[in-house]
Design a protein. Structure first.
Length: 198
């Protein structure tokens, strides 16, 4: 099992989400998409904000690094006018869409809206538009995402991430092995292939 744990507000998840399917296909690996929220995990560490905001030098480095990374991969990037953005509704949609064939396209579209178009992905209308562009009924999916079942599901998934020791995103899990950061993606795929061969 290869799990991709992602957070829509995470900068480094953006390029990872845009390339993971292509890379997975080359390795012959199926990816399980696992949306979660970093806010509660940061709060448990005593952080009330993203570490990229709490530590300005780290934040400046991250944005310049992301610019280089996106340029190298041919991805558009606009520094979001709000960072991090709330993404609870989008995350709930991704959670309830687990296993749907359109889930990766939805995830990529939300990341593009946030980091390439500087759109407010916390806005219900923006997520409705993303769903509509994918040919999906927005009202039905948003209603489902706003249900108590979806809310409880996201809370449980975030708690699972905490139990498993996740502290940032993107994270990749291969069984009990945790790989953190987009630069560990290839290593995670290699580990998954070796594990499967064994």
């Amino acid at each position: 099992m290869f799990e991709f744990w992602f957070e829509f507000a995470s900068t480094y998840c953006y390029p990872a989400a845009m390339c993971i399917e292509e890379k997975a296909a080359r390795h012959g690996i199926r990816v399980e998409w696992k949306p979660f929220l970093l806010g509660p995990i940061f709060a448990a560490q005593g952080w009330g904000d993203s570490p990229f905001n709490l530590y300005p030098a780290k934040g400046r480095y991250m944005w310049r690094d992301l610019e280089r990374l996106c340029a190298r991969r041919g991805l558009s990037l606009r520094h979001p006018s709000q960072f991090p953005r709330g993404s609870v509704l989008a995350t709930r949609v991704a959670l309830i869409a687990s296993g749907e064939p359109w889930l990766p396209a939805f995830v990529r579209a939300v990341y593009h809206a946030n980091f390439a178009e500087d759109r407010n992905i916390g806005d219900r209308a923006v997520i409705a538009e993303v769903l509509d562009r994918l040919g999906l009924p927005p009202d039905a999916w948003l209603s489902h995402a706003e249900s108590p079942l979806a809310k409880d599901g996201l809370r449980a998934q975030t708690e699972e991430a905490q139990r498993r020791g996740l502290f940032g995103a993107p994270s990749f899990c291969v069984g009990d092995e945790l790989f953190w950061g987009g630069d560990r993606l290839e290593h995670a795929f290699e580990w998954a292939r070796r594990s499967h061969a064994a």
